[in-house]
Design a binder for this molecule. Structure first.
Ligand SMILES: NC(=O)c1ccc[n+]([C@@H]2O[C@H](COP(=O)([O-])OP(=O)(O)OC[C@H]3O[C@@H](n4cnc5c(N)ncnc54)[C@H](O)[C@@H]3O)[C@@H](O)[C@H]2O)c1
Ligand SMILES: [Zn+2]
Length: 695
């Protein structure tokens, strides 16, 4: 059997004895093994699984105490550090084994009192399971190969067939005291036991060393994979391709480009979402397959996935041979609506009085014959949903090849999804920024004002697309923002470049909500010396460019159907007539009036259009680094270095205007919370220039 026909991939043993030898303490050893487990997502999914070690620790007054270090809640095996482990006094934990039952609240309260370091994170939900197993190292994971059998209808028989008496099978029960006691009892009563399989959940192994426990995980996973392959015979994953027309990768991308804004609108019912697309071979195989429509109705492949993927993905049928893109967009909207209604129903059926319904939008959308779209208010959360769904695909592939894929019931799923101990992990995330889930496109982003606008939008939690003629400048402007920003090089006077910039925003984040038209140039000359080309250059960038950006913005915003904010960075000159700048000022006045027309036209769709008028922002501006400074100084009959003072003195407030001041005004119009009921407005940021007072 070749690698590509395998139902479940085998996993490598990555233990490196030389590297392991550098981990000298018990804690360092469990950290080392955790990184290996987390480093292979087929073994330990993101955020999932937990590890522990038992040994001797020194407490705060120098006493030696017998200790257990357990993974803290909310960390990830792949990246955790020693500080992410919680040390507990084992002697104070073990007596709990004698109890018959214990509530979650009592368990959490007791464990908090056993912490050797009160400042350590809260220990994992599965702490007692680790403590009750009498072995130095315990590893609990949700590996694909084991979960294939754990999520099979006749999983218990299959595990028995595969491992014989070396394995214990424990029927599904939500983690907590009772599960820990069941596992602890099984291990204590069967000295020959090597692994415990938790139905519909995962694997527990142990060993006297970190290496022994780690290698046990790898070995049993490979045995299970071998068993599944042998058992599946000639079965192909997911029953092979279904009917319908098969699309190439480019064609799939084209479909997504066309429908993503509509999808984004459809799944942003309560709050704005970011969309992360996935057209990987694994996803394509699944969404094209014969069994996907029914498999996607079964449920999660591990309780750990629930808060990140919900119980079910949103499955959207699409036959590229028969459906057009408009039909698909409409179907996405109606399917999302039905999904919310079903989620509400699920909530009402199972909720108790204290439960508060989570966002009812789907987290994973599967478009048949196209691909997967992960949905979340942050890219990080969308990535987790996407990655966990890959695990689900692998588990469904195996389980449906050897048996029938089964999952938690709706009631069991609800009990995990709304479990306070699971919600606690989510509460550890940083608080949401004001613009979380929003996407902003900023033109002229490499300039002085543009950079300040980027900084304030990113600070508020928005994703930003920095568009500028100056490619290296735009790239540099976003450099420090990681994946919260992308840069796009292009000319706002080019229809194609503008369309492409919006397409890139859609591909990266799913759409756009805030468009800041800020690209600019400046020129100064008396009217008789203003050349036609100078006039046309000003009209091109400032009038036509703003028109093209606004037109594309309206197209995307209307497809999303969730309103939006268009902000023009015009100029005090749009209101005030001054000498020797008619080409610039007339083009800025055109911007201003265009914004007002857009406000009138966009209102019905909730699209707001507002203008920020800066004046004399010399700091950081390329405009002021050019001949404009000399020309303006000349026009006022003063030396160029006297300009700051000149501008300050002519303001009512006697201040100079900084890029950050302009960014604050842009932020006002960007934020629905601050200005959701304002459109067609002008906010001057000019220190107060009486001639520019709007009336
Ligand atoms: N700085 C001021 O005093 C002042 C005053 C009033 C209005 N404004 C307006 O503020 C905006 C930003 O100005 P700034 O001071 O940051 O200037 P800046 O020169 O520092 O930045 C402008 C940016 O726009 C980019 N750009 C120019 N033409 C473009 C095109 N065709 N396509 C794409 N990008 C293009 C430039 O590469 C530059 O990065 C401009 O619209 C300007 O007219 C500035
Ligand atoms: Zn688990």
């Amino acid at each position: 059997m070749t690698l590509t026909t395998r139902i479940v991939e085998h996993v490598a043993n990555d233990w490196d004895e030389a590297a392991a030898a550098r981990a000298t303490t018990t804690l360092e050893q469990v950290v080392f093994a955790s990184h290996l487990l987390g480093g292979n997502r087929a073994l330990a999914n993101i955020g999932g699984g937990n590890t522990s070690a038992k040994g001797t620790a020194t407490d705060h007054i120098g006493r030696e105490v017998s200790a257990i270090w357990v993974k803290g809640s909310g960390s990830d095996l792949a990246t955790m550090s020693p500080a992410d482990f919680t040390p507990l006094r084992l002697d104070e934990v073990l007596p709990l084994f004698e109890l018959d039952e214990m509530t979650d609240e009592a368990m959490v309260a007791h464990l908090a009192k056993c912490q050797i370091d009160p400042a350590a994170p809260r220990s994992s939900i599965e702490t007692l399971l680790h403590a009750f197993i009498p072995a130095a190292h315990v590893h609990h994971t949700h590996p694909d190969a084991i979960n294939v059998l754990a999520c099979s209808r006749d999983g218990q028989d299959l595990i028995g067939e595969c491992f014989g008496r070396r394995a214990a099978w424990i029927e599904y029960i939500r983690p907590g005291f009772t599960l820990a006691k069941q596992v602890g009892t099984a291990v204590r009563e069967n000295p020959d036991l090597e692994l415990v399989v938790l139905a519909k959940h995962g694997l527990v192994v142990w060993g006297e060393s970190a290496r022994e426990a780690y290698e046990r995980t790898v070995d049993v996973c490979n045995q299970a994979a071998e068993f599944v392959d042998g058992h599946a015979g000639t079965t192909v994953r997911f029953g092979g391709p279904g009917g319908g027309h098969r699309l190439g990768e480019d064609a799939r991308e084209e479909v997504l480009r066309a429908v993503l804004p509509a999808l984004r609108g459809a799944v942003s019912s309560g709050r704005s979402k970011l969309l992360l697309t996935d057209l990987s071979p694994t996803v394509r195989e699944f969404v094209d397959s014969r069994s996907a429509p029914s498999l996607t109705e079964v449920g999660a492949a591990c309780p750990d996935h629930l808060v990140h993927t919900k119980r079910l993905p949103l499955w959207v049928p699409y036959d590229p041979g028969a459906d057009d893109l408009q039909a698909l967009s409409a179907r996405l909207a109606s399917a999302a609506e039905r999904y919310r209604a079903a989620y509400q129903d699920y909530f009402e059926r199972h909720a108790s009085a204290d439960d508060v319904m989570a966002d009812p939008d789907p987290r994973v959308v599967l478009i048949q014959n196209v691909g997967l779209v992960a949905v979340a208010p942050t890219l990080k959360a969308a990535r987790i949903s996407r990655d966990l769904y890959h695990r689900a695909i692998e588990v469904m592939a195996g389980a449906s090849a050897v048996s029938q894929f089964v999952s938690l019931s709706a009631a069991e799923s609800f009990a995990v999804e709304y479990w306070p101990l699971e919600l606690y992990k989510l509460s550890l995330a940083p608080p949401a920024g004001e613009l979380q889930g929003k996407v902003a496109l900023v033109t002229g982003a490499a300039g002085g004002i543009g950079r300040a606008v980027l900084a304030s939008l990113v600070q508020a939690g928005a994703m930003v697309v920095a568009f500028d003629l100056d490619g290296p400048g735009a790239a540099e402007a976003v450099e420090s923002y990681g994946d919260a920003a992308i840069s796009v090089v292009g000319d706002v006077t080019s229809e194609q470049a503008v369309t492409d910039a919006f397409a890139k925003a859609v591909a990266a984040f799913g759409g756009v909500d805030i468009v800041v038209s800020n690209a600019g140039i400046a020129s100064s000359a008396p009217i008789t010396e203003t050349t036609l080309s100078e006039w046309e250059r000003n009209q091109g960038v400032l009038a036509t460019g703003y028109f093209l950006v606004a037109r594309e913005a309206f197209r995307v915003l209307r497809q999303q159907g969730g309103g939006g904010s268009v902000i023009f960075v015009a100029s005090k000159n749009s209101l005030v007539a001054g000498p020797n700048a008619s080409a610039y000022s007339a083009a800025k006045a055109a911007e201003l009036h265009l914004a007002r027309c857009l406000a009138a036209e966009g209102g019905g769709d909730g699209i707001r259009a507002n203008v920020v008028n800066p004046d004399a922002v010399l700091q950081g501006s390329k405009i002021w680094g050019s001949s404009w400074r000399a020309e303006r100084a000349d026009a006022y009959g003063i030396a160029p270095e006297k300009l700051e003072e000149h501008y300050r003195n002519r303001t009512v407030l006697g201040v100079n205007v900084l890029p950050e001041d302009v960014a604050a005004a842009v932020m006002h119009f960007a934020s629905p919370a601050r200005s959701g009921k304002s459109t067609g407005n002008i906010l001057n940021v000019d220190g107060g220039v009486a001639a520019a007072f709007p009336r």
